[in-house]
Design a protein. Structure first.
Lengths: 400, 400
């Protein structure tokens, strides 16, 4: 794509964003329904295109191929996910706060769309549909940049989504795509006006590149070096269940636990039980600096005995990435200190770190999980895809 | 300052930030009171240091010298501003939302400090005190980078503030300073870990540099190309009062109006009145592309006759910077379209753009005005100097 073609994408997105901001909920929901119907109607084409990608991905890991693969059930799931977004409340136009200026003028702070959102993602065709649906519902234009591994799947899904938009008489350019090359992406994000926010979904190298190069603000680039700390007073059954669940239930995701910290008082009785339970699930336990600093995203876990709650807090402050941290304890004072002093998007007492998720938090679909400190921290839902505007109504007031 | 000295500043700020996050409101307010008392007790020293800066600034514009100059009354004002911050509610620890996860676990979303805030500002010694007070109240460590024109004033005020912190047994490193050179600032902001956010206050060139070079997120870098649009149905007296106030009341600030748009229906009756009133105040009116694109911050104003409300909306979409926009109209439908379709931090109906201000909005002191779309848009108050943390309390729950 030439520089001018990239400019054309951002100019069209910008133009459409202005239009979308004024589209009401019913019209957006109608377009989402058309998109869901188009996915169902064109399931055959979608599966054929996907089969080409899957065939070409023969050399990739089983996990990558699995995420890439669509089946009839998964295609039905894509349509269902779009209908789930229809059911979510539209954040646009909702009042965050009503107040009066100090001179008595009535004012309100409203939610309005962010504008243009660039979504950068891996070889997961479902993201093409999910991201488009969430951006549309929140009144944003989106530019999708998927993986070359999913090129055929993404192309047909983009066509389906744009067809649904056109059928509902909304501008097809509400959803556009960038080519898959790294160079194109780097060029696009070098222009601070090209989009209002970039949301990377997965892919540590890509996130790092965006954090270094993007002049568009980057949201939700979460890395998760998450911990489960088993306190002196921990209930043994809870500790084992939580440590195993946090590591094993889905080891490849950002809210999976990466290091187990155990209070030294429990080194003799509980640590062996924890180790045995984790090893029985196939987890390899590793000790030392390198392990503590690593986000394995795999069936490996760091382990460390700490002399105290303070030792755990120090460890987490040093190695944690501010994502999700859990304490297992029966001591209220320890729970209170842990939740107050650990600096993370989500802190759990006697529960698994795996709960940090838009669905679990009742937000419906999420577009990612943020460890940013600005704008949104934790699961990023529809509301987080908006900004605000103050509207003040006077009767000729001027400032003295 | 050597690279390692810059690293020492950020390391100390980071360490202190963790400490400050756990300091309660009473202790922060006590420190603020000590700072206010220290300003009063050391007023003579402050005025002496300021006199050196003022003498050295002999070649600068009257406006710069005025902003730089402290008088006994202004020093008293610095102490009063600190006491105003004591009176503001502490946002830290307040609950944004209580909810249950879908599995029933109780959760809440709490406000916590952002962490380390870098404030970059011009030759206004009051910002040294205001910024330190707002950051302290919101539990953040701050790093101040003032102008070399105010070097003596800032040095004594930093010493006074740090003395107040120490007297209250809080860490003096809660407030630190960077040297004034541009190179040092560029080095500091090149490290994404050096601070959590940079807030530039004033200085377009500096803002531009930060937006280009900073790897720390930049908040509140507002430029204000603000408009007053006089609609076909405008009340003439209101239109004149608002246009004059928006331009003249304080022309050098970001919420001052820079272009007057007038509906062509009012070209013959109202435009001449508007021009006469503005010219009587000494405003020079300018026509054409260059004028419309310029943020004068001076007694100059662009002017344009537009054929319709749509013409005004197009003009604002093209030239506006998303800060503050006003319509003068007696037509509710026009007001409704203007407030819905103009994309700006603040939109006014029949009121001056000059109201976009933390004080006028009842937030108390503000640390700047943001035209960012992420995190905070409009006046940036104490709440905007926080992020959030989810705390979830379970009884051994794991994710299925």
């Amino acid at each position: 794509m030439s520089v001018s073609a990239l400019d054309t994408v951002s100019a069209a997105a910008r133009r459409v964003a202005r239009e979308l901001a004024a589209v009401d909920t019913a019209a957006k929901d109608a377009a989402l329904e058309r998109i869901a119907e188009a996915i169902e109607a064109r399931a055959g084409e979608i599966l054929e295109a996907n089969a080409l990608d899957v065939a070409a991905a023969a050399g990739e890991t089983a996990a990558i191929v699995d995420r890439l693969t669509l089946t009839p059930e998964r295609v039905a799931g894509l349509a269902a996910a779009v209908r789930d977004v229809i059911a979510l409340p539209d954040p646009v136009g909702t009042t965050v706060r009503r107040f009066e200026l100090t001179n008595g003028m009535p004012a309100h702070k409203l939610r309005v769309p962010l504008g243009v959102i660039l979504i950068v993602y891996e070889a997961r065709p479902n993201v093409t549909v999910d991201a488009a649906a969430l951006c549309l519902k929140s009144g944003n234009a989106c530019v999708l940049r998927g993986s070359s591994l999913a090129t055929n799947s993404n192309a047909i899904l983009l066509d389906v989504v744009r067809g649904g938009l056109a059928a509902a008489e909304l501008p097809a350019d509400a959803v556009q795509a960038l080519p898959e090359s790294r160079a194109e992406l780097e060029r696009f994000v070098a222009d601070p006006e090209a989009a209002d926010v970039v949301i990377p979904r997965g892919g540590e190298a890509l996130k790092k590149m965006l954090l270094e190069r993007s002049r568009i603000p980057v949201l939700a680039a979460a890395g998760g070096n998450c911990h489960v700390y088993v306190d002196a007073s921990a209930d043994a059954d809870r500790a084992v269940a939580i440590a195993v669940n946090a590591k094993v239930q889905r080891p490849g995701v950002c809210n999976a636990a990466e290091t187990l910290l155990v209070h030294s008082d429990r080194e003799d009785d509980l640590l062996p039980q924890l180790v045995a339970a984790l090893e029985a699930e196939g987890v390899e336990l590793l000790d030392g600096e390198d392990a503590w600093a690593t986000e394995f995203l795999d069936m490996k876990m760091g382990v460390r005995v700490v002399p105290s709650l303070d030792g755990a807090l120090e460890h987490i402050a040093r190695y944690g990435t501010g994502h999700s941290e859990a304490i297992v304890t029966e001591d209220e004072a320890a729970a209170e200190r842990f939740t107050r002093e650990v600096d993370a998007a989500a802190v759990y007492v006697n529960a698994s770190t795996r709960f940090t998720d838009g669905g679990e938090y009742g937000m419906g679909a999420e577009i990612g999980i943020s460890t940013n400190r600005l704008h949104a921290r934790g699961p990023v839902g529809l509301e987080d895809l908006t900004t605000t505007k103050y509207v003040v109504v006077g009767q000729g007031q001027i400032r003295e």
